[in-house]
Write a protein that binds this ligand. Structure first.
Ligand SMILES: [Zn+2]
Length: 62
């Protein structure tokens, strides 16, 4: 599954399935510039990153 990493806050978001552009269920992509958002696969996920509390049930921050 694809994830979106917000490099500014070091927070990982889910990527909305089927969306043509970079989009997350919590809508963070509307507030953050594309250059700060990186598409990552769950395999290469940075373990120090925080999970988004709105995209993940077990997440904490935004
Ligand atoms: Zn999110």
């Amino acid at each position: 599954m694809d994830h979106i990493l917000n490099e500014v806050t070091n927070t990982v978001h889910k990527r909305t399935p089927g969306a043509s552009a970079v989009e997350t269920p919590c809508g963070v992509t509307y507030n953050v510039a594309d250059e700060h958002l990186r598409r990552v696969s769950s395999d290469s996920l940075v373990t120090t990153a925080t999970k988004c509390g709105r995209c993940f049930d077990d997440g904490g921050g935004y």
